[in-house]
Design a protein around this ligand. Sequence first.
Ligand code: CFM
Length: 540
Amino acid sequence: MAITDKKLEDMLATYPEIVKKNRKKHLLIKNTDVAGEAGQACQQIEANTRTIPGIISQRGCCFAGCKGVVVGPIKDMIHIVHGPVGCAYYSWGTRRNKARADDTTPRENIYSTLCFTTDMQEPDIVFGGEKKLAKMIDEVVEMFHPRAISISATCPIGLIGDDIGAVARAAQERHGVQVLAFNCEGYKGVSQSAGHHIANNNLMEHVIGKGTQRKPGSYVVNLLGEYNIGGDGWELERILEEIGYTVNCVLTGDSSYVDIRNLHLADLNLVQCHRSINYIAEMMETKYGMPWLKINFIGVDATAKSLREMARCFGDEALIQKTEEVIARELAIVEPVMEHYRKLLQGKTAFGFVGGSRSHHYQYLLRDLGMEMIVAGYEFAHRDDYEGRQVIPTIKSDADSKNIPELHLEPDKELYQEANVYLNMSKEQFEELKKKVPLSHYEGMNPSMKEGEVIIDDINHHEFEKLVRELKPDLILTGVRDKYIAHKLGVPSRQLHSYDYTGPYAGFNGAMTFAKEVANAVSTPAWKLVTAPWEEQTTE
Ligand code: CFM
């Protein structure tokens, strides 16, 4: 069932004029005939701008994006949250970035990433928290001997002006352990996306490129923007290693500080989540010349396609052959399972409102099951995640985006190599390759959606409810908070940040898990027993 412009107008009708005008720009019905301004390939959408105060959105803060998403999973560091304990609560147990026990450090008995907070109290806010922070660093060094330490600042730290950079430098000198200071106060930027950028900058400037150990192997790759939620990264490592790749480092799912230092000692960067990590991919291309390839390992066909594109990058016949062998062997197992669930799910519809990449990636997995995501949106993505990277130069920066520093890097005098050298081919071959595979490019969500489907940025509860009522999807791929709204409206959901504590969903094994869980969710009769609010109402 398609939606009309009129219905979307009705949905916005309840807003005051100024809000209506704003929200209209975050919303479109896919129509290939209407390209964006200035001859762009697809319709323009507004994104990465402030949520209107008073509207409940699904976004997080800058601190969440820096500490919670990018830095927090690095397992051989100690992560210090400099702020009140309430902020630090958000550091524990909220995101399922799984990690194997790290038994190569002196802290071999620790089986989890470690995070502490300075627990800023009122006197610390009044008189400053720098001494408290310095003392905490001394204590964690003595007790845990971490390889490195991160300090992430939460809102009050920026407000009172603690100089966490100076504390970090002094501690680094005292202990000979690298201490990274992240000025990722929650209020910076408009969402967690600002925190991704701050984390990317700091890792790029102070960690990446400092190591000297290249792992053995002819095809050494980094997997960027993969956070090992529910073990996704492990499933991908399984497949990649079987084909013959060496996975140098996964950024940052189950990653270690040591591996991140050696990130530049690989042949190719693979980018799974473009939103959170495209800065590092691009900066490494500038500084080291390392090529990057946008891949998507969510979905059976998408995974096979990405593996084939990777093999093409190396252009090695043996690798191409081995890739085909592994794909064939995996498909023999996966396809019958998918076929079984496809019978239950064919023709069903879904909505997807997740973060900054999953609402696109999961469209492929749903299509493997005969399902279609008819309404899709991101919480905090930028226009390039919707429209493709080519729009980046046209995105107007505003006061919020200017708040986040851009690093201006030069090619490294010793380590820079041409991209074709990384991939062991002539320049001509490399130019040919670029025409065939998405090197240094991401096409965004819009091109993969079908005519008449809805794209909506930073959706709120009112719009969510209206769209559900109008289009009655069979499934909603949700965030942490809107999951329960879906349920109250009588629609099953899968929560795509933590996978409702199952997983993995990536790769071939992940697709089977997802298929089973979606089939279970959609076919349970319980949803028919829920009375949606509008079913109780006789008038609006
Ligand atoms: Fe990237 Fe992520 Fe996502 Fe993201 Fe996130 Fe996440 Fe996400 Mo939750 S890094 S943008 S900030 S894929 S934590 S692992 S699930 S919102 S869609």
